[in-house]
Design a protein around this ligand. Structure first.
Ligand code: PMP
Length: 351
């Protein structure tokens, strides 16, 4: 070992899903939206003047925080934006999980949480989901340095009742509780109304799924102005200009078109519910997803076998070779045509 190597911060990084290239493949592996962003986004992109790129962007990202504040009926000082919700959650870990006591998140959840905890040297405990993959609220009544979980959870797709979430927050008013609502728009009940009652609640959402803009990298947090202020202080101590000018302009455009947003969501929800029916007929079972993906196992054929067979057909889904997850496939809901191609292949395979 070279002497300077002892000072290197060693981390085991998060591994995102593959981004395979090719025009004939069907990509159902990273929970992207199969439909394009709102038409206004394309228009704004065409009209964008490159001279604007000469200048630094607005460090407060006001165009975007303003559009989000209007949309959700909250104050602009209650909104924080970042480079995807990954950036927002990472900043929030750094800002709020600063106790000697362990933070809590489920054993089966978004696999980035333990990576941030390790990176920032935050102690953590991971209460196990029950056998039906549900979060047990009582596990979060123990002493802790903060709490985070997604609702609906990933990769299970299961939603937790808002009343249960409120019980967790009520038991934990001396720490920050973060709800990662990356998939909430696909039919779940948001915890946003609870913000009026709980100053320690931070809700995080993203443009990557329901707003079809994963490539733009926009995420946001909504919470009490004191929480948002603390997030800004940490952000400005690290990088003032996280949000580039195109993100600010195009993100604000996307938020304006509520009709398109609702139409796209309804199409995906309809396809998801139809997919549930035919997948059950083919012998698959899965938790009852409220997201844009299903976490499915087959009654006979191991998930890894199906995963490899699909890959050969250029149909990409996500497989996690991890305890409790390694007999399931996480399948993103695509267009009706994409799901028909998947169905056609699976029908032949399970026969
Ligand atoms: N939270 C959850 C639960 C997710 O599945 C994802 C997607 N990988 C994210 C956050 C981050 O998404 P993004 O950074 O694209 O907003």
């Amino acid at each position: 070992m070279k002497p300077w190597e002892k000072n290197i911060r060693r981390v085991v990084p998060y591994v995102p899903g593959d981004q395979p290239k090719g025009d004939r493949l069907i990509k159902l592996n990273t929970n992207e939206n199969p439909y394009p962003p709102a038409p206004g986004v394309e228009r704004a992109l065409r009209e964008m003047e490159t001279d604007g790129l000469r200048k630094y962007p607005d460090p407060a990202a006001s165009a975007l925080t303003g559009a989000l504040a209007d949309y959700y009926g909250v104050g602009q000082e209650q909104v924080f934006v970042g480079v995807g919700s990954d950036d927002v959650i990472g900043m929030a870990f750094l800002t709020f999980f600063n106790s000697e006591k362990p933070i809590l998140f489920p054993d089966v959840t978004y696999s980035f949480y333990p990576v941030w905890a390790d990176l920032f040297h935050i102690p953590y405990r991971t209460p196990a989901l029950d056998e039906g993959f549900r979060i047990r609220k009582e596990d979060y009544f123990q002493e802790n340095g903060g709490i985070i979980f997604p609702n609906p959870n990933a990769p299970t797709g299961l939603e937790m009742e808002l009343e249960e979430i409120e019980e967790i927050i009520r038991h934990n008013q001396d720490v920050v509780v973060m709800i990662d609502e990356a998939y909430i728009d696909f039919g779940g009940r948001s915890a946003l109304p609870l913000l009026e009652k709980y100053e320690n609640l931070l809700i995080i959402q993203t443009f990557s799924k329901s707003r079809s803009m994963a490539g733009m990298r926009i995420g946001y947090a909504i919470g009490h102005p004191d929480l948002i202020g603390a997030l800004h202080d940490v952000k400005y101590s690290y990088n003032s200009y996280t949000m580039n000018t195109p993100s600010l302009v195009l993100g604000a455009e996307a938020v304006k078109d509520e009709a398109y947003f609702k139409e796209t969501l309804n199409k995906i929800i309809k396809t998801r519910e139809e997919t549930k029916v035919w997948m059950r007929e083919l012998g698959f079972h899965f938790p009852d997803s409220k997201t844009n993906f299903l976490f499915a196992s087959h009654e006979r054929i191991p998930a890894e076998v199906i995963f490899e067979a699909l890959k050969k057909e250029q149909i990409y889904v996500r497989y996690f070779k991890k305890p409790r997850l390694d007999n399931s496939l996480r399948i993103t809901i695509g267009t009706d045509q994409e799901m028909a191609a998947l169905r056609c292949f699976l029908q032949k395979m399970v026969r």
